[in-house]
Design a protein around this ligand. Structure first.
Ligand code: SAH
Length: 343
């Protein structure tokens, strides 16, 4: 049997593990608290008897994430981390300072199997999904390194969060745990390319996170050109799931739309998108596409972005253009790992 990953467990689960090893249940709480105070070795569990620490180390392990590379933007102080995990795999995370608080963009998988044409994370496919602990560590280690607190999280790094459903849900509950990081679920955005069945499951979880949908096209034909998931679910099926999500949770949905010059940024695209989303409880976030290696996609011109925004606003849609942070450090996820692994 494989060893238990202590950082992926709730105090109750840790308590049960302790009981199964002949110790009182309250030890679980002690382990949980020590982990969040930074214990990364069994010696760090100072409130546990020494013999029990040894016994525990036979049954369990404490995962860690080592900072393999760290890039700090000279423009805006954004920090990008490349973390090395226990098996040598690497993931990227980005720490951003906004007026409303520090935001961490984290990865949910090593690589990705969704295959979006403009995305660097998916170039070599999916290697593996991350454990809840490996998502938590991206935040814990950045907080420790910078001596700052994170108040907002976006699941917009490498990977498709809904393709790692159970671990992501557990991570959300762990990160929200009061005696852990205690980050409010309303301060967390989960971004998906649109796995319709999983969006329905998420709506039933009762977790008030913000759902972000990577739409990137105003119709199925164009969406199929860049996003393979469009062959599985039509935009109409996707939007129906979004409406069900809004009905069940009362939460506004955010649509991500990466503007690619000449591909999806024409006035006709904006009108079609406006008609599609007009009247929905939503927000559209326009992202000038970040050109990646081996792809000829170019970011839209400033005036095309402005025209696109103006047209959407005529449909009474709330639009923002994403401010680019960390432009000098390749802050968009997937690029640093690709460089490291020569993908
Ligand atoms: N798999 C999830 C989350 C990860 S990507 C999803 O698809 O939503 C986070 C966001 O960045 C998505 O909207 C994704 O489409 C977008 N993205 C990926 N590559 C990009 C690029 N080169 N330029 C701009 N946005 C990009």
């Amino acid at each position: 049997m494989s060893k238990a990953d202590l950082l992926s467990m709730f105090p109750d689960e840790l308590g049960e593990l302790c009981v199964s090893l002949g110790q009182p249940k309250y030890r679980g709480k002690q382990i949980f608290e020590a982990l969040y105070k930074g214990a990364r070795g069994f010696d760090g569990f100072t409130s546990l008897p020494k013999a029990f620490r040894e016994r525990l180390s036979e049954e369990a392990f404490i995962p860690n994430a080592e900072i393999a590379r760290k890039l700090v933007s000279k423009i805006d102080g954004t920090v990008k981390y490349l973390y090395r995990l226990y098996d040598g795999e690497t993931v990227e995370s980005v720490f951003m300072r906004y007026k409303h608080g520090n935001t961490m963009c984290i990865s949910t998988q090593v690589g990705c199997r969704m295959g979006c044409a403009f995305c660097a994370s998916t170039k070599a496919g999916l290697v593996r999904s991350l454990a809840p602990s490996e998502m938590l560590l991206q935040i814990l280690e950045a907080e420790r390194d910078l001596n700052e607190r994170v108040s907002n999280i976006v699941l917009m790094g490498m990977g498709e969060p809904l393709d790692n459903y159970d671990n992501v849900i557990k991570f959300l509950k762990l990160v929200n745990y009061e005696s852990g990081l205690n980050i409010g679920l309303r301060h967390i955005s989960l971004s998906t390319c649109g796995l319709v069945d999983k969006i329905d499951r998420l709506a039933d979880e009762g977790l008030p996170v913000t759902l972000s949908i990577s739409l990137h096209a105003p119709n199925d034909e164009k969406r199929k050109e860049t996003m393979p998931i469009a062959n599985k679910y039509s935009i109409s099926q996707l939007l129906d799931a979004c409406k069900r999500f809004i009905d069940k949770t009362g939460r506004r949905i955010s649509f991500e739309y990466a503007l690619i010059s000449g591909v999806n940024d024409l006035p006709a695209d904006a009108h079609q998108l406006g008609k599609l989303l007009g009247g929905m409880l939503c927000h559209v976030n326009l992202i000038p596409v970040n050109p990646i290696k081996e792809r000829s996609f170019q970011s839209s011109e400033k005036n095309a972005i402005k025209a696109f925004t103006d047209i959407l606003e005529t449909y009474k849609i709330n639009v923002t253009v994403r401010r680019k942070l960390g432009a000098d450090i390749n802050a968009s996820c997937g690029q640093l790992r690709a460089e490291e692994n020569k993908i």
